[in-house]
Design a binder for this molecule. Structure first.
Ligand SMILES: NC(=O)c1ccc[n+]([C@@H]2O[C@H](COP(=O)([O-])OP(=O)(O)OC[C@H]3O[C@@H](n4cnc5c(N)ncnc54)[C@H](OP(=O)(O)O)[C@@H]3O)[C@@H](O)[C@H]2O)c1
Length: 248
């Protein structure tokens, strides 16, 4: 099914980190549910495109005739200060509006808090993991959402930020001081943003999983994402762990 055949009903998702574990699964499993502005650092969407071709079960070896879902790949390095504005501009130009922003990009950098070299690098981690996702949402607000509160409510527009159980837990000798601090910051920033965007009719929620795939399944993360997108919650943190819980 082409983008046109999907019609105007399919929701539009701006997905950061489309080339990662979660991003690839999102594109693979939810590509028929959403039209996706897929942000890659390397701009390489080949893998996803290969996955989403229609396969005829009676002739699985026959070359796929068309792409089933509608992707708009955007190559961007979130370390680049101009990236948030560019990403939003391109996504809006491609689809006209965005219903869901998913931040699934992450920059990992492990190290001890006593290392000056590590601390020198910490701003980069904070920028990519916290500041840039917030800037993307701020650009969405500035360029589109602030002018259309009623439409936003009708379309149930929202943001889902991927945090981690590392936002709440200290794992000894893990070197996660930077990662954990980023996730804690992203989690709390999202909860504040939920209040700030309420008048604009845009919801903001967080998913904080333990390791996936492993302790948590990727399917569980995707199901929680779909539940948040189709529901009415805002300012919530869905912790996905051996025992899941919601922080309101
Ligand atoms: N997987 C887990 O066990 C787990 C557990 C808890 C929370 N989480 C969180 O869930 C989210 C998704 O996790 P994941 O496992 O899918 O992560 P992942 O596989 O490491 O993917 C992260 C993506 O972020 C992109 N990225 C990194 N730096 C970037 C930059 N400067 N500019 C643009 N893109 C950049 C990477 O792009 P490239 O591919 O081009 O490098 C990568 O595709 C993350 O926020 C993560 O912290 C994951």
């Amino acid at each position: 099914m082409t983008g046109q055949e999907l019609g105007n009903e399919s929701r539009v998702c701006l997905l950061l980190g489309a080339g990662g574990r979660m991003g690839r699964s999102f594109c693979q499993h939810l590509g028929a549910r959403y039209r996706i502005a897929a942000v890659y650092r390397n701009g390489n969407s080949t893998e996803v495109r290969r996955q989403e071709r229609v396969i005829d079960p009676l002739a699985p070896d026959r070359p796929a005739p068309e792409i089933r879902t509608h992707f708009y790949p955007i190559a961007a390095d979130l370390a680049d200060p101009t990236s948030s504005e560019r990403i939003v501009e391109l996504a809006l130009a491609a689809f006209g509006h965005i219903d869901l922003v998913v931040n699934s990009a992450v920059h990992y950098d492990w190290g001890p808090g006593t290392s000056l070299e590590f601390l020198e690098r910490l701003p980069r981690q904070l920028t990519i993991n916290v500041v840039r996702p917030l800037q993307v949402v701020a650009e969405m607000y500035r360029k589109s959402w602030h002018a259309t509160p009623e439409e936003n409510r009708r379309a149930n527009r929202n943001v889902v930020n991927l945090s981690s159980v590392a936002a709440f837990n200290v794992y000894p000798d893990s070197g996660q001081i930077g990662y954990s601090s980023c996730k804690a910051a992203l989690t709390m920033a999202s909860r504040h943003l939920a209040l700030e965007l309420e008048p604009a009719g845009v919801r903001v929620n967080v998913i904080a999983p333990n390791t996936f795939p492993g302790i948590v399944s990727v399917e569980q993360v995707l199901a929680t994402l779909c539940e948040l997108d189709s529901g009415s919650a805002t300012g919530e943190v869905r912790v996905l762990d051996r025992r899941s819980k919601t922080i309101e």
